[in-house]
Design a protein around this ligand. Sequence first.
Ligand SMILES: CC(C)(COP(=O)(O)OP(=O)(O)OC[C@H]1O[C@@H](n2cnc3c(N)ncnc32)[C@H](O)[C@@H]1OP(=O)(O)O)[C@@H](O)C(=O)NCCC(=O)NCCS
Length: 189
Amino acid sequence: MLTLTTRRLLLEPWQERHAPHLLRLATDSRVMRYISTGVWSPGYAARRHVQALRHWADHGFGWRAVHDRRDRSFLGLVSLIRPASPVAGIPEPALEIGWWVAPDAWGRGIATEAASAMLAEAFDRLEAAAVVARFHAANIGSARVTAKLGLVPVGETTGPNGEPMRICALTGADYRSDRPVKDDRKRPG
Ligand SMILES: CC(C)(COP(=O)(O)OP(=O)(O)OC[C@H]1O[C@@H](n2cnc3c(N)ncnc32)[C@H](O)[C@@H]1OP(=O)(O)O)[C@@H](O)C(=O)NCCC(=O)NCCS
């Protein structure tokens, strides 16, 4: 499977060797502050790791490990998955995007840079009709990342613990209309 390359990052398809990185992120309360499950047990992290491998095998896309291009250090993960439930009013097929960055790397634009490449993959390679993001309304960092990516608020819901959640989305049509023609492989030059 293809590794995506951005200016500073390598986005590798999720692999067996990424399991320890997932455990480190998922047991860090700073990372999990706005994740409805709270911190993960090692057993739960192992199950989600296997699910991530299976998602790639079944669908040909999924989580990607984010590495620094300079020294190959692990910086976080970005995810692109088939949503568990459809979002009302969003064209199908829609894909759901997410991001977890290691706290040492916060505030450097890593989530935005990695997620931009995932949007391109969603719309250009996977031909999604829309990309959605769901996050805790209190998660200001995620709200900023979605805004910088061009996703717009489309709804609100509540999480499993009754916490207010925000839903944002970008359609393929809006994605393409906002891009310069020279960067859009689908349109004649
Ligand atoms: C949310 C998260 C992915 C952002 O990662 P990041 O690499 O720091 O993101 P970026 O640097 O690309 O952008 C973050 C933006 O949010 C802003 N931000 C972050 N926390 C903020 C806060 N508490 N208040 C105001 N702005 C905040 C940053 O200033 C930046 O905006 P700017 O570029 O306009 O200055 C990271 O904090 C994280 O991994 N959190 C834990 C996991 C998580 O909650 N994931 C989302 C689950 S849906």
